[in-house]
Design a protein around this ligand. Sequence first.
Ligand code: APR
Ligand code: ZN
Ligand code: ZN
Length: 361
Amino acid sequence: MPHEVRGVVARSRGAEVSIETILVPDPGPGEALVAVRSCGVCHTDLHYREGGINDDFPFLLGHEAAGTVEAVGDGVTDVAPGDFVILNWRAVCGQCRACLRGRPWYCFATHNAAQKMTLKDGTELSPALGIGAFAEKTLVHAGQCTKVNPAASPAAAGLLGCGVMAGIGAAINTGGVTRGDSVAVIGCGGVGDAAIAGAALAGAAKIIAVDIDDRKLQWARGFGATDTVNSRESDPVEAIRALTGGHGADVVIEAIGRPETYEQAFYARDLAGTVVLVGVPTPDMKIELPLIEVFGRGGSLKSSWYGDCLPSRDFPMLVDLYLQGRLDLDGFVSETIGLDQVEEAFAKMQRGEVLRSVVML
Ligand code: APR
Ligand code: ZN
Ligand code: ZN
């Protein structure tokens, strides 16, 4: 018998989301039914609603979630009913060319549930990032459930399922930040602040936060920024160089996804330094850089997709660091809201008032 629950659905391009009754099937082979406890509001949910990802409406939004496994299908051995899990959108396959090369964080054939969740009239829903967790229950592939210590607050832990993991991973996994490094982070929203927290965890000696909003810069200090630059008031490239002995930072992380800030990141790194792009650009954006500078400066220009994370490796470890008081995940939770407040939360996100609004169920 399918489960009848409430979920937040985007029915058509640009239209406000609505709460709908959705039908969630019992888990089939390899699948898990999860009672969602928390789900953060992420830019990607808004991109889906605006038709910026694809046209497979209606979407069941939400993908930054923690919950409790309610039932599992045949053949599922890694998780069991009652487990506290963070949902991930990288259930690695173990068989694609990336996995076979021993680089599962690039997996090109990640798993999702085979069965579809539907509206009451049978219309199939497209779950955001293969999750769809602005709902009382959701159906995912069992590999999308990463078991973590249940002592963690669901609101905080769930954020590791997307934006916070993207930022921490951009610093630690992609950027390879290590003790003593100088790091600059351009754009201090939830993702940028997570990159700052990740750089601090990894032992960076100097962490320079850059934003156009003083309130964001103040929050960034709370996550470990040692210096702040308001790039409306001063040239960020000059400021980062001045703060690093005239050289530029070892690692510069762009957490906005815009050509002009990418260019700032490119010129604000030291020779042989690393630029990490974790902000997501739109398809129309282009960059133009002197190729001689790309060559002459050496180092590496990288992009970071989901923080190059391996959920099974990174989520439990980061939850443990959180429980030890070494990673402030609670600091990312600006407010907790109900399912009916997602549209309001999109507006707050666009006005830059929150790091994360988190739906509690
Ligand atoms: N220079 C510096 N900072 C800027 C600029 C700019 N030109 N434009 C915007 N910002 C700042 C904003 O003030 C804000 O603090 O960048 C930050 C962006 O944060 P959010 O909008 O909260 O976004 P966030 O959730 O952190 O995601 C950042 O990463 O995963 C992607 O899709 C996501 O592209 C988005 C990016
Ligand atoms: Zn794979
Ligand atoms: Zn997201």
